[in-house]
Write a new protein. Structure first.
Length: 211
């Protein structure tokens, strides 16, 4: 399946569907229909059916989707049937919180190295990993075979660090710094900006207050 065949908006919803399917699996539901999925995911049945139609002929009309089979299929589409290795660059409060998050392994990801520029943090324990200096960034990434980087560095140095990540072979970056990164074609960047999301929430609150 070519990625171009699946709309970007659908790709963004697939992890949500997978989370709901895993919940259904825990609840011992062998089959789930689009209405049930929509209720669990906060969507609507038509959208669920449309999104899943991009993934091929799935489910049985009038019955629904086999939960186990759909989990396996979406996992293959998302490329997480094998665990993806990731590094955290920037071991501040946000980077530290992400390193401590226990949900990565069950979602197909493993943090394999942590890097920071602060001499006071280098050599300290990061939940079982030793914080490594930025001087070892390129060699360290190649050593652990990582392909994803979680970038939690200060904004002024983020582009420079991103350039180093790309040169070391990283092909996907989760950017937590409030700055737009410029990367070559073939490198995927996902921007996470908490302040932007908070401002959007504030907009909705403001609109409610105006009504």
């Amino acid at each position: 399946m070519e990625r171009a065949q699946v709309p970007e908006t659908t790709i963004q919803r697939l992890p949500v569907y997978l989370r709901c399917l895993l919940q259904a699996q825990q609840e011992r539901m062998p089959v789930i229909n689009s209405v049930q999925m929509a209720e669990m995911c906060g969507s609507n049945a038509a959208q669920v059916r449309k999104d899943l139609s991009y993934l091929g002929e799935l489910g049985t009309r009038g019955i629904g989707y086999d939960v186990e089979a759909l989990i396996a299929h979406i996992s293959r589409v998302l490329g997480i049937t094998e665990r993806r290795r990731a590094v955290v660059v920037g071991y501040g409060r946000l980077g530290g919180a992400l390193r401590s998050y226990t949900g990565f392994p069950e979602r197909g990801f493993e943090i394999v190295a942590v890097f920071d520029a602060d001499p006071a943090k280098i050599g300290t324990d990061a939940d079982g990993l030793v914080v490594r200096p930025m001087e070892e960034l390129e060699d360290g990434i190649r050593e652990v075979g990582a392909e994803i980087a979680i970038l939690a560095t200060p904004a002024p140095v983020s582009q420079q660090v991103a350039d180093r990540l790309v040169s070391a072979g990283i092909r996907a970056i989760l950017n937590l710094a409030p700055v737009r990164l410029h990367v070559p074609a073939g490198v995927a960047v996902r921007q996470v900006c908490l302040s932007t999301d908070l401002q959007i929430l504030s907009f909705h609150l403001a609109q409610e207050q105006l009504t």
